[in-house]
Design a protein around this ligand. Sequence first.
Ligand code: 3PG
Length: 209
Amino acid sequence: MRVNSIRDIMRASPVMPVIVIDRLDDAVPLARALVAGGIRVLEVTLRTAVALNAIKAIADAVPDAIVGVGTVTRPEQFAQVKSAGAVFAVTPGLTAELAAAAKAADMPLLPGVMTPSEVIAARAAGFDAMKLFPAEQAGGLGMLKALAGPFADVLFCPTGGVSLHSAPQFLALPNVGCVGGSWLVPKDKVASGDWQAISALAREAAALR
Ligand code: 3PG
């Protein structure tokens, strides 16, 4: 799917699963399990050796998935992930170099922010949708309510410490477009190939909105 903006992603799914893939063979069945449960937006993090190949495998084999890349921290990674098939990117923070590289690659970017000054800088760089990261440590619900005053035009995706239990409170805030979290992809369920359990977690998450 062509993604024109990060707001498309936020509309497409209430939850963005933060995915760490250790074994390449897990990538496609995991993506299929999440999509079967109704979660199409996937953030595959660049934290493992197989991450790029996992993105490529999912992009090739799971057409209903909207595959993005997470944990992008170096400008040169944008071109690499784009050729692997990622259609959006997420960074834990933002620098001028990362913003320029995302633009050069024509890749919609959800940049991470944690403070008002970072929101101002990200907005000046052209972003109106941001990841509040790490959300819980940044102040969670209270922080988002406080940011809504001066930054009413910014939509957030709080990520970090969000759970199935806390997600509805985040999603109820007017300045939250979606939440991110790893709870849909428990390491033990991936290791044992329990795709049905992961589909069930995805179904619960998809029903949050
Ligand atoms: C991460 O960086 O792994 C994400 O923020 C996910 O955080 P979580 O495991 O608390 O959902």
